[in-house]
Design a protein around this ligand. Structure first.
Ligand SMILES: NC(=O)c1ccc[n+]([C@@H]2O[C@H](COP(=O)([O-])OP(=O)(O)OC[C@H]3O[C@@H](n4cnc5c(N)ncnc54)[C@H](OP(=O)(O)O)[C@@H]3O)[C@@H](O)[C@H]2O)c1
Length: 258
């Protein structure tokens, strides 16, 4: 079996900017046809024009579950003769409290949870239902190291990513032996529009192309990892501290009123 596989057709949510766009380009360079989904139609058209192995745009809000399901089903039917059904689906679309207009904190929390947890799990489920009868396909959720434990500044974001990671871990039991596999990608800080707005220190901030390559390299392995955390020099100390620090010590170490 080759050590690297090339996907024929992938669907990526949140492909208009940041990590989703960079992953789309990296997969495209490796021969994958990209079904690109996001709300900003003009950015989707620009991306599709640039994709090295072709692509199709889907101007869809992931919180519209009927539109999301419809787009995934249309993408799975292929695009002309060039592509087959989806063999990779990446639930990447995400927002954080700092990037949205909201009436109050409760409204912000519900918007963040709706996109990052509810719509992301729906993306995975709709794709899973198409892949299971075929007995093959790979699913991927972009969660975050921010889901490791509660951090200051973005409670809904942390909760949404923890929910998504737990969802993926639990779903993996159901997929066991089916031929369909799933990877939870937990990045640290990456330079994107999302982090441009942050006004606090971001240790080991990564370049976008490095993060995209790291993600695609892992997904293209003949046996993709169940969980991918990067950068390691942030992931391991954070996970060790999160697992061992009692609540009071965690609060005191990160203490902030943000
Ligand atoms: N940047 C980081 O440091 C970092 C770290 C860990 C994890 N992540 C995760 O990586 C993913 C990508 O984030 P990013 O940093 O690349 O941010 P970004 O540049 O702001 O990209 C977010 C993407 O999500 C899409 N999106 C947001 N709401 C949507 C909706 N309702 N329907 C459809 N698409 C929607 C946006 O497209 P439209 O606006 O066109 O809809 C955009 O393409 C997110 O899940 C994020 O949580 C990022």
């Amino acid at each position: 079996m080759p050590s690297q596989v090339n996907f024929r057709a992938a669907l990526i949510t949140g492909a208009t900017s940041g990590l989703g766009r960079a992953i789309a380009m990296e997969l495209g360079r490796r021969g994958t046809f990209i079904h690109a989904l996001g709300r900003r139609a003009e950015l989707l058209d620009e991306l599709v024009a640039e994709l090295p192995s072709g692509g199709a745009p889907y101007a869809v809000d992931v919180t519209d579950s009927a539109a999301l399901r419809g787009a995934i089903h249309r993408a799975d039917q292929g695009h002309g003769d060039a592509t087959g059904p989806l063999d990779l689906v990446i639930a990447n679309a995400g927002i954080a409290e700092n990037g949205i207009e909201s009436a109050d904190d409760a409204d912000a929390a519900s918007q963040v949870l709706a996109v990052n947890a509810i719509a992301a799990s729906a993306t995975i489920e709709y794709a899973k239902d198409l892949m299971l009868p075929r007995g093959q396909g790979h699913l991927c959720a972009i969660s975050s190291l921010a889901g490791t434990r509660g951090l200051p500044g973005a409670p809904a974001y942390c909760a949404s990513k923890a929910a998504l990671s737990t969802y993926v871990e639990a779903l993996r039991f159901r997929l066991h032996g089916s031929g369909v596999t799933i990877t939870d990608v937990q990045p640290g800080f990456i330079k994107t529009a999302m982090t441009d707005k942050n006004d606090f220190p971001m240790p080991f901030l990564m370049e976008l192309d490095v993060a995209a390559r790291r993600t695609v390299n892992a997904l293209c392995k003949a046996k993709p990892p169940a969980t991918l955390r990067y950068p390691r020099r942030l992931a391991w100390p954070l996970r060790l501290a999160a697992k061992t620090a009692p609540g009071w010590a965690w609060q005191r170490a990160l203490g902030s009123k943000r």
